[in-house]
Design a protein around this ligand. Structure first.
Ligand code: SAH
Ligand code: SF4
Ligand code: F3S
Length: 532
């Protein structure tokens, strides 16, 4: 609706960030403007996450604040999008009358129409306070699974991804590309299969095309997204077309343990095949990465494609969740600690080449204090962290989610103080491991992707000059001269590197490009470097 200004705030994972980007693109095309300041917006949208209670609480408190604003600004339109809308929508509408629009993550293609109606209705209320109040809702519904007829489920959502407008002036050099939606795993603690529905795989041609268009617009780094991204598989014999558009395909059950897919090629595009195609057909993408990998069914074929493709990053985010077999079984993760470690060793065997400046970086996730977790289980998780030596690991306190199997069937019986202590112990341990991993990089040379001016530098007042971080002797000379711009960049293994912009070059010109940097120091998770 032309003339309206939208503020959108995104919570949760990269999938949500991409959804917000796509939805914003569609609204912009319809004439909506965007602002970073919620107080100046006519439409406030929250793209929400339900994965832990904490994420939901933030949104509830935002909605509470908006109630007051609505009293003085009856034309304000409020929309709740994403996983929380899907999980808790009906209750939210009862609890928060301020909500005008509810839209689940599987229905986002309908958002422009919903919003249009909401804006009109609100406008009518402004001119006549007695006019009817209406809410506009699009959810997949209580059923956790999408309709068995895949086409009915996914066609319009595919249009949302296909609608992506890629403009050379409107990106940071880095972009997300979705390859699968939803999840079939049903880990007992997890709300995602209930909010995002069944796993579907996008047609490979759509994905490759999107990557090419991004590369043509100057995007250097693409991150492929999926909840179990390495399960990607598209069977060409089973293609369904609707309205001339090849439809995404339902995720098939995996027999498990396959190392290589015998059907790769004409009949099937596997994950390995997809990576190879993007690498070959979109060579402008200098950095290709993917998240999140599921530890089981990770074929050697995928590892070999990564090894043989210089532009695919040596980086895996492959969460273990726990280091105890008993806990993994209760979580329904479908692998043992032994199998997880077998995969880690196999991946390092193929991909860890520090001597070539290409060490394999592994990141993980852990849930501490899951139902019936004992101190022995907790120690086993600590042992797993020591054994795997993650570059970094997200450590979460178990948060029971209504609607999940664990919520219904397992007692949340680890006392809050034990959960908290276990999280803290694991965080401290991981911190020391991350520090060690960082220090091992000193002296190595990496190609890094320059993301921007470092946060540290951005906070500094320009008139005050800077404190040199890495170079000793010449500090006083430097401080006396013009302030040096410090840039922040990432290695292919997702390590943060901070370095000084070389004299005579502007920081802006380097942002979004790749440069070689020699690491001179490490502090915590940050590496410091110089251009050789
Ligand atoms: N698909 C990804 C994870 C998606 S959710 C995977 O399987 O690895 C992101 C992370 O949130 C999970 O890895 C898990 O560590 C955490 N998480 C999910 N549900 C949670 C819950 N109920 N309580 C605490 N952490 C949770
Ligand atoms: Fe959730 Fe498990 Fe699916 Fe990951 S694999 S999204 S943790 S159900
Ligand atoms: Fe959250 Fe939904 Fe992502 S629950 S983590 S926003 S898939």
């Amino acid at each position: 609706m032309a003339g309206r200004t939208v503020y959108i705030e995104t919570f949760g994972c990269q999938m949500n960030e991409l959804d917000s980007e796509l939805v914003s693109g569609q609204l912009r095309a319809l004439g909506y403007a965007f602002t970073e300041e919620p107080d100046r917006a006519d439409v406030v949208l929250y793209n929400t996450c339900s994965v832990r209670d904490h994420a939901e609480q933030k949104v509830r408190s935002r909605l509470g604040e908006l109630r007051e604003r609505r009293a003085s600004d009856p034309g304000l339109v409020v929309g709740v999008l994403g996983c929380m809308a899907e999980r808790d929508g009906r209750d939210m509408i009862a609890r928060f009358p301020v909500i005008d629009v509810l839209c689940g993550p599987g229905e986002l293609d309908k958002l422009p129409a919903l919003l249009d109606n909401a804006v009109r209705t609100r406008g009518a209320i402004v001119s006549d306070p007695d006019s009817a109040r209406e809410r506009f809702v699009a959810l997949q519904g209580g059923a956790s699974r999408r309709s068995a007829t895949l086409a009915a489920a996914a066609d319009s959502l595919e249009l949302l991804d296909l609608s992506r407008a890629v403009s050379p002036d409107d990106h940071s050099g880095s972009a997300y590309v979705r390859i699968t939606r939803g999840c079939n795993k049903f880990c007992t603690y997890c709300v995602v299969p209930h909010t995002r529905g069944a796993e579907v795989h996008r047609p490979p041609d759509h994905i490759v095309d999107e990557c090419k268009r991004l590369a043509d617009a100057g995007v250097v780094e693409v991150t492929l997204l999926g909840q179990t991204v390495n399960h990607y598989r598209f069977e060409h014999g089973a293609v369904v077309t609707m309205g001339g558009i090849v439809q995404p395909q339902k995720g098939r059950a995996y027999a498990g343990g396959h190392r290589r897919d015998p059907f790769e090629g004409e009949r099937v595009t596997t994950f390995a095949g997809l990576l190879r195609r993007i690498h070959e057909e979109a060579p402008g993408i200098a950095r290709l990465r993917f998240v999140t990998s599921y530890p089981r069914d990770f074929g050697d074929d995928v590892l070999e494609v990564i090894r043989d493709s210089p532009r695919i990053c040596r980086y895996l985010h492959v969460p273990a969740q726990s280091g105890s077999d008993a806990v993994l079984a209760r979580m329904n993760r479908g692998y043992t600690v032994g199998e997880y470690l077998e995969f880690i060793d196999r991946a390092r065997g193929v991909l860890d080449e520090p001597e070539k400046g290409r060490p394999l970086s592994i990141a993980g996730d852990i849930i501490a204090g899951f139902c019936a977790e004992t101190e022995d289980d907790h120690r086993a998780t600590a042992a797993l962290l020591r054994r795997v030596r993650y570059k970094n690991c997200f450590i979460f306190r178990y948060s029971p989610r209504p609607g999940t199997a664990a919520f219904d069937r397992l007692a949340d019986d680890v006392p809050e103080e034990d959960k908290r202590r276990r999280v803290n112990e694991l965080l401290a341990l991981q911190q020391s491991i991350s520090d060690e991993v960082s220090r091992e990089q000193v002296g190595r040379e990496f190609e890094v992707f320059v993301q921007g001016v470092s946060a540290h530098e951005a906070k500094r007042e320009p008139s005050r000059g800077r404190v040199p971080l890495t170079v000793g002797g010449r500090a006083s000379e430097r401080e006396a001269s013009a302030p040096v711009v410090q840039l922040s960049a990432r290695t292919e293994g997702d390590l943060i590197v901070v370095f000084d912009c070389p004299a005579g070059r502007s920081g802006a010109e380097l942002v979004g490009s790749l440069v070689r940097v020699k690491i001179t120091a490490a502090r915590g998770l940050t590496l410091f470097g110089v251009l050789p």
